[in-house]
Ligand binder design. Structure first.
Ligand code: 4AD
Ligand code: MG
Length: 460
């Protein structure tokens, strides 16, 4: 690797933070021009090489024999620059680079869609191939990367095994009928696999089979849902983290969710301070404090039945929901979830033991025969971010439920897991993109995914 490629802005900043950056050190850097101004005697280039969120300021003046040539460098172009580090402790940026020479590597045309001015998120969505260069998106994708790393780090440090569950499946794991079917030009789809095929909506069923061999496992990959709901929280393709733990009940599951969330949020706050400061200043004032509250608060656990009572009480006391018809058995709307977490608990809360009718077939039936051992984690400003449950380990109860729903065919193997050395086990699913929205304060799932896929839009 050339010496030039080895030196990055990231290395310079970190060596500065370590007190090891020397004045007058010679550097060669390659990167992009984020802004360029010149008053005729001195010029400033905001420069970013992609390795770090913060820009480096490049400076040149009339004494430079290349002054004329450097002053022609265009906004947006890629350049190689050679110069000297100057520590600037009295300025906003801790150091700058005084340019000796600069070479244009790739010029930038005048019709560059990403102009210096502030663009709307809608406009930037339309140029998704360029938006990683815009500040907000640069920060979003960096946090996305750090968050993904933190997730693996948490599980790997605790001995969880990472499992690659299949993308093409024969079943609708959630039984909600929101699958994309896989077709091909070769044969009728059913003939190719000898089965109907769809894109996975969840890796849970497959990962359960691994939990019953490896005890603590997780899958973390893309999932697909053909929900025709055009909201800012629904995507047709999104990533999900699904751990599954054997010999574990719902309480163990909630303990895991709580320590997992606190760990990964703290990891992002500790490792993306510049990006988080940016979100706190420009996107969602108070987001850092909100996250610190989540890290420091114990998560409350409340029965669904209790939540219904409290919501009914709120309605009686005059609170107006869009849907004021609160009754035991209802699926809570987002406004109800938010009321519980924001107004009643004032912090993160697990709602547990939901009516069996509104939850998935695989959840463990409680002794009351009416509710299942499920938990949804609700957080202020967002509502549900995690859904989990203890799984039904009783063969006959699960079989009866599947018969009732008519989804046994093709899932005999899943039922058999209860027959061959089954045990109590639990797990949960966390929507990665929704968590990223929560952490960054971004309002639309389309603005935290690199190339979002949503109903009516598949441009890139
Ligand atoms: O609540 P869901 O449907 O649960 C499951 O899929 C279980 N199999 C999880 C498990 O226990 N292993 O989905 C889990 C999470 C939701 O809480 C939400 O964060 C996210 O996935 N999610 C979506 N995110 C973006 N776009 C969509 N269309 C989503 N649907 C669900
Ligand atoms: Mg759910």
């Amino acid at each position: 690797m050339s010496q030039e490629r080895e030196l990055t802005a990231r290395k310079l900043f970190f060596s500065f933070y370590d007190g090891k950056l020397n004045d007058n050190q010679e550097v060669t850097l390659e990167g992009w021009v984020k802004s360029h101004r010149n008053n005729g005697s001195v010029g400033f280039i905001e420069f970013n090489d992609g390795s770090y969120f913060k820009n480096i300021q490049l400076v040149y003046d009339k004494d430079n024999k290349n002054f004329e040539q450097i002053s022609k460098i265009k906004y947006g172009s890629s350049i190689q620059v050679k110069g000297l580090i100057k520590l600037t402790p009295e300025m906003k940026q801790p150091f700058e680079v005084h340019i000796d020479s600069a070479t244009v590597l790739g010029d930038c045309a005048e019709d560059y869609p990403l102009q210096k001015k502030k663009h709307s998120f809608e406009f930037l969505r339309d140029i998704a191939y360029l938006r990683p260069r815009a500040n907000t998106f640069n920060a979003v994708y960096r946090v996305r990367n750090t968050l993904a790393y933190a997730i693996h780090k948490f599980f790997q440090e605790r001995g969880f095994m990472y499992v690659h569950t299949p993308i093409i499946t024969a079943n609708d794991a959630e039984g909600a009928g929101q699958v994309f079917h896989v077709v091909n030009d070769f044969k009728h789809p059913d003939e190719f696999f000898n089965s109907s095929a769809c894109l996975t909506v969840s890796g849970q069923l497959h990962v359960e089979s691994f939990a019953l061999a490896f005890r603590d496992v997780y899958t973390f990959g893309p999932t697909f849902r053909a929900e025709n709901s055009n909201t800012n929280r629904h995507a047709s393709e999104f990533w999900m983290i699904e751990p599954e733990i054997a010999f574990a009940d719902l309480d163990d599951d909630m303990d895991l969710i709580e320590s997992f969330l606190k760990y990964i949020i703290k990891y992002v706050l500790d490792n993306c301070p510049e990006e988080m400061k940016f979100f706190d200043t420009f996107i969602d004032k108070g987001v850092i404090e909100k996250l610190n509250n989540v890290i420091n608060a114990p998560f409350v656990r409340m029965d669904y039945t209790k939540a219904i009572e409290l919501l009914e009480k709120a309605v009686k006391a005059g609170h107006k929901f869009e849907n004021n018809n609160i009754f035991w058995g209802m699926d809570l709307n987002s406004e109800h979830e938010r009321y519980v977490t924001e107004e009643i608990v004032k912090g993160p809360v697990f709602l547990i033991n939901y009516p069996k009718e509104i939850k998935a077939f695989y959840m463990k039936l409680n002794p009351d025969n009416k509710t299942v051992a499920a938990c949804d984690l609700l957080v202020p400003k967002e509502g549900e971010i995690v859904g989990g449950s203890q799984r039904e380990e009783d063969y006959s109860k699960l079989q009866a439920k599947m018969k009732e729903l008519g989804n046994e065919k093709g899932l005999e193997w899943y039922l058999n897991l209860r027959k061959y050395g089954g045990c109590i086990h639990s797990g949960f699913g966390l929507g990665f993109d929704r968590l990223l929205m929560y952490i960054t304060g971004m309002q639309n799932i389309r603005d935290v995914q690199p190339f979002p896929r949503c109903p009516g839009s598949l441009k890139y």
